[in-house]
Design a protein around this ligand. Sequence first.
Ligand code: GMT
Length: 377
Amino acid sequence: MNIGIVCYPTYGGSGVVASELGKILAYKGNKVHFISYEQPVRLDFFSENLFYHEVTVSNYPLFQYPPYELALTAKIVEVVKNSNLQILHVHYAIPHAAAAIMAKKILKDIDGIKIPVITTLHGTDITLVGNNANYGEVISYSLNQSNAVTSVSESLKNDTYKLFSVNKNIHVIPNFINTEKYNRNGNLCSRKFFANEDEFILMHTSNFRKVKRIDDVIEIFTKVNSVKPSKLILAGDGPERSHIEQLCAKNKINDRVFFLGKQDNIEKILSISDVFLMPSETESFGLAALEAMACGVPVVSTDTGGQTEVNIHGFSGFTAKLGDVNAMSNYVLKIIESDETLNKFRQNAQYQALKFETVNIIPLYENLYNAILSENN
Ligand code: GMT
């Protein structure tokens, strides 16, 4: 199959999911063409089946806002024609779905080419960015004009129906994890570097945006640390980082908190961690929590969005109401109360992660591609 994938190239969920999907499809013999404004971070190697097409936006001084959607649409049209794409899979509704639908129409009306479009919703495009009345009609139209729409959780599917006028079936295809890469291997990183033998390691990783509520991470950690001496590892970077560094200094815990910045091989650090914290305002899925669970790290998260579909309360960790830092710190203390309890939660977390193993999820996309291709012929 000749597949085009449009995605954001950056660290962060949707780009990672799109890149990992493309890599697996290429490994299985498909030709996969990525279209983005930068090379996706996870595609920094050569494969004869992977291609990257860069969208460049002209910088003419007249443009206060460079016309990215137009450049993207033009690039999609070009790649579909030059590389004989059979299917276009766009990740994130804004602006990718809208650009793909415009490209689809141009290709049909001018060149007589029928290119089916699949749109995958990841969450922030719908629940945060998309929840803006100005975008409503464009998003609804782009979803309705897509040949198929997928969402990464039941919760996101329901939110999409609530927020937009979507008249087609949304297929839930959850995010996936390669448990060979994401596994507990404590030899890859030295636990001693971060903590003494009698200390626990709590961990959080994100793009440090407000929606992640890292203030709550700090509060939960402070409470846990006052009962059981612990260390906190924060991986990732983003707009909230300097505020959080100041907060740690103010709370006099900066000697117990490690700011690692962006990390490529997060499984190494997860492998030495005891509990993963994700007190987000919302998460359509929570891929970072799934990565933690696959590495045997139980998760304490909020119960918002799709998080309860990933993290099972009382089994792979616990879920609590948004902002309930008391409950979340008590849940951490419950998990680490004894070696036996911690080990049980670790095993359960890994067991739960297996449900999202790559081999179980990728065929759902392949089946959808095949169904859409046969409808389109
Ligand atoms: O969480 C982010 O800020 C990044 C964001 C994105 O759009 O890439 O992640 C979203 O998509 C991920 C992959 O499907 C999900 O695992 C995240 O839960 C989702 N983030 C939110 O819903 C806030």
